[in-house]
Design a binder for this molecule. Sequence first.
Ligand code: AHR
Length: 497
Amino acid sequence: MKSKLFVNKVNKYAKIDPRLYGSFVEHMGRAVYSGIYQPGHPSANEQGFRKDVMALVQELNVPIVRYPGGNFLSGYNWEDGIGPVENRPKRLDLAWKTLETNEVGLHEFSEWAEQVGSEINMAVNLGTRGIDAARNLVEYCNFEGGTYWSDLRKTNGREEPFAIKTWCLGNEMDGPWQIGHKTADEYGRLAEETAKAMKLVDDSIELVLCGSSNSHMPTFGEWELTVLDHAYEQIDYLSLHQYYGNHTNDLKHYLARSLDMDEFISGVVAICDAIKAKKHSKKTINLSFDEWNIWYHSNEQDKAVKPWQVAPPILEDVYNFEDTLLLGCLLITLLKHADRVKIACLAQLVNVIAPIMTNPEGEAWRQTIFYPFAQVSNYARGEVIRPVIESESYATSDFEEVPYLESIAVVNEELNELVVFAVNRGEEAMTFDIQLEGFEVKGIREFTHLTGHGIKETNTENNEIVKPVISEAIELNEELAIAKLEPLSWNVIRFAL
Ligand code: AHR
């Protein structure tokens, strides 16, 4: 099979916001306790953070981490997580039916985020709380000093403001499962007024309004139109969430889920722009895809988990090779929309539907999906080039044309590098021509591929076998590179400019 990607410098069209490679740590399952934090573990530092986990987070190069939820957020009192740890209350977490000890709160998480080199994408509870708790939290985090909340921050050991820039106005407020679930009008008004108060405290912050919990919600579309109509001038981003799974064990159908993501993003962009036109506004609302991933492997096993435990192992999906291929397609899809998707958070980071797993008595290890994320996060920095592709395609029950090739190129002027990412969705090898125009290509720095595994093959703590390896199957003749893409493969080709 033959395929082609045209990469022309004149088609640079979007600067990538580094926040596109964000992730998410929720107080649920073993994400925090025995995930990022485990005092007493051999790799724990003085504050109780696992250094083996921190090293893997740094390999992923995650610039921003959403915190503290998720569904957990909608019943959370942020004040429970500040002050002396021994005085913090133990609470029921109604979202996941677990116990929250509050050993880790704002100061501890911020310390951890600084140590791994990430910013925090902070979420405020608009389920059981509202304007007052949100504006107080902004004051506590971002106000210099001389007020009740900013001075309390200092008393609690943090002199300088946390200076948190990106904030989420609640979580999945359209979902009937959400504590404090609201109608679109109720949420739209509350978000508008909360945003107003938060920006009165600090007008440099950026705010994310909740879109739908996924594109299959019966209220999808109507929800976005209504909440934007209320809060348009106060907010900066609209959120999207979506999880995928190979529910019918149909590989071709599964690998086409990125087309579903593509349609979802295009639909939400259209809605944002429709409200912009209706309001005669000069302001453009961009998107925050602040929960995305594959989530389905753990559904059955989680039904047996007993309620009211501290940090039970829930949502511990073990990812396989086919998941990695889809994750690659999803990353390319986010890059294709980098002109409007400015923030995205792989949900989540550690143990809970995560690229990083920990053994409480052993090591931290990389799941199969770790690798495409790490490669895109590290190498896709700079500007996206509009992908023009020639590829044969196949049909599924919901898409008439699914191209066998999924691909995009990113140019990084600072590093003099052009990087091509490609997935071969097909079960045949592919000759992949890359026509490079407008660049002075000096050579190939590296070509890696992840291929040749059984589609259900997974990694384990002591055996990370599903990972990229070097490929030599590429030739460069001036402006044309010809690579061989193995059947079912994730490929990263780095050209020196
Ligand atoms: O990431 C797991 C859960 O998925 C989050 O808590 C929630 O926001 C979403 O439904």
